[in-house]
Write a protein that binds this ligand. Sequence first.
Ligand code: G6P
Length: 494
Amino acid sequence: MAKGFTFLSETDTEVIVHLLEYYDKGNVKNAVMKTVSRLEGSYALGVICTDTPGKLYAVKEASPLILGVGAGESFFASDVTALVAYTKNAIYLDDGEFAELTPENITVFDRAGRKIEKIVTPVTWDIEAAEKGGYEHFMLKEIMEQPAAVRAAIEPRLRDGEVTIPELTLTDEELAGINKITITACGSAYYAGCAAKYALQALTGLPVETALASELRYSEPIIDSHTLLIAISQSGETADTIAAIKECKGRDARVLAIVNVVGSTIAKIADMTMYTYAGPEIAVATTKGYTTQLAALFMLAVAVGKRLGRADGEKCAALTGEIARLPRLIQNTIDMNHRIKALAKKYAASKSLFFIGRNTDWASALEGALKMKEISYIHAESYAAGELKHGTIALIEEGTPVIAVSCNERLFDKTASNIIEVKARGAKVLAIAVAGNRKIVSQADDVIYIPAVDTLFTPILAVIPMQLLAYYVAKENGCDIDKPKNLAKSVTVE
Ligand code: G6P
């Protein structure tokens, strides 16, 4: 401002534009270099100058930026899904690098302005995957794609009836030296960690803690070279998850990432990366991203349990058989679509919904409530069912909808008593239970059954009716399902 520039907004982006103009003495490349040398924090910029209309500059620091090499055209985007309609040849820029794009050429430079060679990586996703394909919303398409997506996550890791995770490159000695697993992530990816924690703990015999990335990074964590940090992220670009990984790497943790987007930042900074192969996920609210994360985590639990010799061989074989059945069981669950669509009418006018469950069911309830609030804007809360009496039950009144996830057979009677408690106060209860559970019919107003599967794996099925319920409630209420207000698909800022 002291140099006579007039600001029209209070955004940091505008500061960059003025700075570019300030440094532009007829050479845009130099102006870009000088400008970014003064920037702090994360950014991904595309710069065009009216004096050189056929040239674009792209530069990034900590935020994603991908270049697309076309025939007589060049592209840049923050996400590879934006490119697939135009080109399958991508260049992943690293921090501090910047590119000069003309229709014919892409030249990449390092921070000091020296030309560097970059590898052109083929994008394996096809254009159909990034289009709606007859569905009204990407979210519905992605829900329906879950059997195929989970199959894609599982198949490369099933060999002769055994789970193998080649990405887990720790030697037997290193694996035996691990004394704790810490799972970190944000949003639904965090809830995938919460749901898979039980399988990991049961099969590896190791203590497993879950920590929100935004909390872990500032928590002075007790983490060392004996910790296996599992970082989960669909996009691989979530700022807090990246920061939590860096914090834990600084404490010598071994980092295994579970990521969907190939070549993303988290995939690059982790020591080991398991891809989920879900294909592009466009809807802001994740569905197939979440279930493929669960599939990867369940397989990891079986593989680590087996390698450590802590999980019983027969149990591992049985669980591997269960994993192989998951795509079909997911399809069977999705086939109840029409029932859930009808039920959604009952819940669409609700002001507030409660999701309850215990153990694995609590984790499912957390994700179910998140789906509902993300896309329908209806207040939805999740509680561990046993905690109800410590406060939340005060909010239950005549007609309050309660979604009770009750798929964990061992705890069925406990959750049933919570259902009775809320019913006694007037709640209308929709239960999600495992096929064959007849007792629940007398307790709930409505029941949705998921197919029977090992209790440890029930979250991958239990979430599906809740995804569909959220979808149809949001649709009933005319919400912008794929792009809910105030939310972003990749949260690349803190
Ligand atoms: C955003 C998305 C969520 C996602 C979360 C973590 O909030 O809307 O669907 O679960 O970020 O994203 P990630 O890409 O790290 O899984």
